[in-house]
Every structure is written in C-alpha cells, then in structure tokens.
Design a protein around this ligand. Structure first.
Ligand code: SF4
Length: 421
C-alpha cells in the first residue's frame, strides 16, 4: 500500500517567524519523546488513536499540492498501515469548545450587566484560552489579575482527549488506560499543554493515571515520519475517514468554522449578537484593522450605540499592549481572541512545515478552507449527540467537569523566564 519515497526534499523557509512557540529544554525533550513513544506504543498492543488538526492538514496540503480532504484520507491510510485504530478530526472537538465558549461569554456578560458591583465586572473581557503559549505567559507573568478573565473552556486538543478517554473508549469497548491518544498540531507548545496536571485524571482512587493526550506530534514531525517511512505521500491511496469524531458531511466533504486560530471571536460575536440583541448577522463579519494587521476589531451597534466590541489580538507585541490596557482598566473589549503567533495565528505556528521561498501565509489561508464547508458549530450532529448521550447541555455539571479547566499563577526562576521568552 505504501510506495517508495519520491519526496523532493524541497527547502522551505518561514516568512514570518512564530514568536509564540517556546523553545526550552523541556520542549526539546518532549519533542524527542513524542515520535519515539508514538511508534513504540503502536507495537505495545495499545489502541492508538490519532486526532489531526485542520491547520496541520492545510500545511501538508500546501507542501504536497493536495486538498485538506485528500491529506486527511491519505493520513488515514498512512496511520492505519502503521497500526493506528482510528484517525479523528479536531475541527469536531473545536465545535464543542466554541459552544461552551459561547455559553461562558453569555453567562459572564449577563452577570456583569445585572449588577452595579464593580468587582463582578472582572469577568470581562473574556479571553480565549486555546493558545498554550499565551496561558504559559499569563500564568508566569500576569497571575491573579488576568487569570480570572481567561476562558475556562479547554482547547480543542484537550477536549478531543477528554471525549476519547471518558466517553468514546466505552463505545470502542476499551479501558481508557488501554488507549494511547496522539494529536497532530501546528505548535510545539501543545506538547506542554498536554502534560499539564489538570489534564490527568483517575477513574478511582486506586486507579491508573489517565492523560487526555498521551503524545503530540507537530506537523513538521509528521512530515519527518512520512520521510522516515519512505512514503510517497502524494500517491498514497485515500481511505474512508473515521466519522465518529470527524466533521464529514453527507456529501463526503469536510466542514467547520472559518478562522485560522479556531474562529473564537467570530463565533461568539455572532452568537452574542443574536442571543443578547436579537441581531442575526448574515455574511462575513466586518473586522477592521487597528494599528497593524495582527490587531483587528469588530463591533455591533444598536440604535447608534456600540453594544459589542471584540478583537483579534495576535503576536507578542499586541498581546503585551492589550494586557496593559486590561491592567489599567482601559480595555474597551468584551472578548479577546489572543494568539501569540502573528500572521494567521495557529495556521502560522512554529510546528508547521516551513513555507517555500515566495510562498505567503495567504496560500495557507486559502488551503485551509479549500473544499471545506463553513458550518455552524451548534448544528454539528456529532456534538449534539455528545450532549444528548453524555454531557446534558452546555455549561452543565458534566460539561464543566470534563470540558473546563483552571489556571494558577506560577513562579519560575528568572533564568527559566528568559529561556522561554
Ligand atoms: S498561536 Fe497557535 S500555533 Fe502559535 S503558540 Fe499559540 S496555539 Fe501554538
């Protein structure tokens, strides 16, 4: 099934370096561990499951001249030939992340507007939490004044891990400790996210420790794997996708939200406009560039008054400026989608395949949604099924237990801080 390699070994360069992904000895150690562990666990008799991010599919799509759907089907062939049991899609878990985030925003907004007590207004702006480099920075440097503003909803990576280890394992007649779950991500920092204590659980006091995500491969590490197996990836057969946790519609096309870093601001903005102000927005949102292309805002006006103001804030410099505004009480936004990588955020992450000379981020952005249907997360039948069968409803006790997390201030040595930033 696998053919001999004719991969050309093209030299790639990054146009815009990712400032988000940290380079520390810990990350390098985890990088080494990921690929070796992944391969060895396939041979240890564990049921290996791989969840692939849409950003990684786009990066491979550009590198090999394939659509994201073709990449996904060929990856399924590759992984299954190696012994992987199932290959899933983090666009699917991202829809659950977005739904929980919409409910969290509405709840905070209503709390803040139903009281004159200034202390209760600390809940806004709500800040996205899917970027582990940002979380790392906030926990080490900003501590108690900003952490309560960060969304408690887990990232799509951790949410798919929680679904697999708490729920899908039962459908597959597997014990969670017998499943080895690997994600493919655009980012080295996702390795550090996966090893956070909050993402380890025990079924009972005597039970084995179970992690939501056992190992993380970056897109570029997956490319290394492809090369090491002497695979002619572009010519691989295309296998049917595992639709249990994959956004695949009846016409056999992928679907998901637009937004290179997950579409948090856009999805919550649309939901809040409709549910707080009765304004359903049809068509694209009008994001306006403020200061630089990595800082954009969108507003909703009702009867001449600005009632919603959200921002996309990408890159370290923008992030630091907006944090200062929150600290001084001058932040006018109710929601901030913060990503530490500039120029398209996660799509431009440090774990992505380096672009060829002259290739722009735009080509990645176009590839990302090539033949991918834009779809409302609330209409995702897989997620509806998860709420019906397991989680009850958004924001429920069960959803909070499995889909939310907490952040804590962390003190690290000055040397360690300098290493990381
Ligand atoms: S913006 Fe995305 S790719 Fe970059 S560090 Fe954050 S999560 Fe990783």
């Amino acid at each position: 099934m696998l053919k001999q390699n004719n991969w050309s070994g093209t030299h790639y360069v990054h146009g815009d370096l990712c400032s988000g992904c940290i380079t520390s000895s810990k990350t390098v150690m985890l990088e080494k561990k990921s690929l070796d562990e992944f391969l060895s666990n396939i041979n240890k008799g564990k049921a290996v499951i791989v969840s692939v991010s849409p950003q990684s599919r786009a990066s491979l799509g550009v590198a090999f001249g394939l659509s994201p759907l073709q990449v996904f089907k060929k990856l399924t062939t590759l992984f299954k030939a190696l012994g992987v049991k199932a290959v899933f899609d983090t666009s699917c878990s991202r829809d659950l992340t977005l739904i929980e985030s919409c409910y969290e925003f509405i709840t905070r907004y209503r709390q803040c507007h139903s009281t004159t007590d200034k202390k209760s207004k600390l809940g806004l702006p709500l800040i996205s939490s899917a970027c582990p480099a940002w979380i790392n920075y906030a926990e080490k440097n900003l501590g108690s004044y900003i952490l309560p503003n960060i969304s408690s909803v887990k990232s799509p990576q951790q949410i798919i891990g929680a679904i697999i280890k708490n729920h899908v394992c039962q459908m597959l007649y597997q014990r969670p400790e017998d499943i080895y779950h690997v994600t493919v991500m655009p980012c080295y920092d996702k390795k550090l996210e996966a090893v956070r204590d909050a993402f380890v659980f025990q079924l009972d006091a005597q039970g084995e420790k179970i992690v939501e995500v056992d190992s993380v491969l970056t897109t570029v590490e997956l490319l290394d794997l492809i090369k090491s197996k002497s695979v002619d990836f572009a010519s691989l057969e295309e296998s049917p996708l595992d639709n249990l946790l994959t956004n695949l519609d009846e016409g056999n096309l992928l679907y998901g939200v637009r937004g290179s870093s997950g579409g948090y601001a856009e999805t919550i903005f649309r939901y809040a406009s409709k549910n707080l102000f009765g304004k359903e927005i049809v068509g694209p949102l009008n994001f306006k560039t403020i200061r630089n292309p990595n800082f954009q805002e969108v507003t909703l006006e009702v009867e001449g008054e600005t009632v919603l103001k959200f921002a996309l804030c990408y890159g370290l410099q923008n992030l630091k400026q907006v944090v200062k505004k929150i600290d001084s009480g001058e932040c006018e936004y109710q929601f901030l989608e913060i990503m530490t990588c500039p120029s398209a955020g996660c799509l431009n992450g440090g774990g992505q395949i380096k672009r060829k000379p002259g290739e722009s981020v735009r080509s990645l952005e176009l590839k990302y949604m090539e033949n991918v249907i834009e779809a409302d997360p609330f209409e995702n039948p897989i997620i509806k099924g998860l709420y019906t069968e397991w989680l009850d409803q958004p924001g429920s006790e069960k959803a909070t237990k499995h889909m939310h997390t907490e952040y804590h201030p962390r003190v690290e040595s000055r040397t360690s801080q300098l290493q990381n930033w």
